[in-house]
Design a protein around this ligand. Sequence first.
Ligand SMILES: Nc1ncnc2c1ncn2[C@@H]1O[C@H](COP(=O)(O)OP(=O)(O)O)[C@@H](O)[C@H]1O
Ligand SMILES: [Mg+2]
Length: 249
Amino acid sequence: MQVISIANQKGGCAKTATSVCLATALAKHDKRVLLVDLDQQAHSTIWLLTEEAAEATGIYQVLTGKTPILSEVKKSPSLVDVLPANAELAGLELGGWTKIGARKLSRSLAEIKDLYDLVIIDCPPNLGLAVYNALVASDQVIAPIDCGPESYESISRLKMTLQHITSEYNCAPELIPLLTFVERTKIAQMITETTKSEFSKVLPSVRKNTAIPEAFAARMPIYQYDPNSGAAKDYTLVAENIIKWHEKN
Ligand SMILES: Nc1ncnc2c1ncn2[C@@H]1O[C@H](COP(=O)(O)OP(=O)(O)O)[C@@H](O)[C@H]1O
Ligand SMILES: [Mg+2]
């Protein structure tokens, strides 16, 4: 089982879109996929399950040790299993560090390691306790970089956090950038070039495409809403790259 976090503390850079589109693309390639929604906004949960699922129990109960992980996993029509986020997550950071620590998610995922090929974790836009749990549990961290001028600062902070985690928790998640919202603009071209020169591994970019917000609004996976859209094609390429890397390891 490979664990991949989709993380960047910047909001709106396509963490949720990447989590959901990548998870469904991997499932289409016959991979057994679990999507863990760690964001209290619960957009991944709402996209693949229902609004009600985001109000029931979920990841909070797992992180606080109230229920075993498998009993909180829900089947979704998209073939991806989902561990829902719930509003109680908001209270997690308050005093959670001492009670829960950063290894709880990693330990819970170890219980189900034979049931899934890939776990995708949709992270909230911060570097708090839930995100530490995600990063410590991960083999790889995909950082969506929207092609805007501020996106680089947040990647530097994520890099520093990963260095800290590597020394503190004896794990070594690999940071891989994914350019999102790519358009034919000068800034997008500049950010693409800088990213490619700075990282040895870069995933194929995802273009800006209205099919993504439309698919979310319709509560449908992109492959059902518009399988011929640019975004559907781009995320298929991203998934194929990930499968290739994992087959090599
Ligand atoms: N490639 C894309 N093209 C156009 N809109 C996108 C794209 N990716 C995401 N979006 C939209 O941008 C907004 C922010 O994306 P989201 O995935 O929610 O970001 P995050 O989870 O990082 O906050 C959402 O409305 C989403 O539908
Ligand atoms: Mg999100």
